[in-house]
Design a binder for this molecule. Structure first.
Ligand SMILES: NC(=O)c1ccc[n+]([C@@H]2O[C@H](COP(=O)([O-])OP(=O)(O)OC[C@H]3O[C@@H](n4cnc5c(N)ncnc54)[C@H](OP(=O)(O)O)[C@@H]3O)[C@@H](O)[C@H]2O)c1
Length: 214
């Protein structure tokens, strides 16, 4: 598949781009916000497009053109306020879903957040963020797309182990960004994960086996 990575300059995004770029099965188009980020990627031989989730749906659709799958791993981050949470994590994500529907995208994989589906388990300090993730996921579920929603626990910068836990009722936990990247790339082609949403933490089961068990 030719895969658009939205949030390609992010910490998970860079790992996803590397996995796709070195894969024999996929090719990658990296969506970034700055010209210099696109140039750095081009120097590595990675196709890149400059666009923002704050652009129009038309612009996002243009950035997506020529691809058959989308991995969304963008986020406004903790340094901006609730306005950007609304405009990027919610409206930006929903605009990318609309663009994907218009573009006939075959697979859409969303990086969401642990228990974003369940209000009772939202972190009190991050309520606008969880609400944004919740409704972005709902819009994706209501779309015509063949989606997978991956809801990771706290993200770590340690090396991945390749072993995870997945499901709906996991204990709260954390997971290396490297393992999240591997899971979302695996989700592109795993037929078991079509129209599925699940939490993800570190665990004892290999990624392939864990995803097969869902
Ligand atoms: N932190 C956690 O513990 C946690 C837990 C669960 C889920 N998540 C989710 O995991 C995902 C990725 O996490 P991460 O650690 O890789 O995040 P990250 O390093 O902050 O990367 C986020 C990326 O999103 C990009 N971005 C921000 N605004 C954008 C816009 N308007 N248009 C397009 N791209 C935009 C950023 O671009 P620039 O590089 O140009 O700034 C950045 O590359 C996010 O969806 C986050 O909500 C995080």
């Amino acid at each position: 598949m030719h895969v658009l990575v939205i949030g390609a300059n992010g910490q998970i995004g860079q790992k996803v781009v590397d996995l796709l770029h070195s894969s024999e099965e996929h090719t990658v188009k990296a969506m970034v916000r700055k010209e210099e980020q696109a140039e750095t990627l081009a120097d590595k031989g990675v196709e890149a497009v400059v666009a923002s989730l704050e652009d129009s749906v038309d612009e996002i659709e243009k950035a997506m053109s020529g691809t058959d799958a989308v991995i969304f791993t963008a986020g406004s981050g903790g340094k901006t306020g609730a306005d950007k949470t609304l405009l990027v994590d919610l409206d930006g994500a929903v605009k990318s879903v609309e663009a994907a529907e218009r573009n006939g995208i075959e697979r859409y994989v969303m990086v969401s957040a642990f228990q974003a589906n369940n209000r009772e388990n939202w972190n009190d300090a991050l309520l606008p963020y969880y609400a944004a993730k919740h409704y972005a996921d709902k819009a994706l579920e209501a779309s015509s797309l063949s989606y997978t929603i991956v809801r990771p626990g706290g993200l770590l910068n340690e090396n991945g182990t390749g072993n995870v836990a997945v499901g709906e009722q996991l204990e709260r936990g954390s997971v290396p960004r490297e393992d999240v990247a591997r899971v979302v790339v695996e989700a592109l082609t795993n037929p078991n994960l079509k129209k599925r949403a699940f939490d993800l933490t570190s665990g004892d089961t290999s990624i392939k086996e864990a995803l097969q068990s869902l």
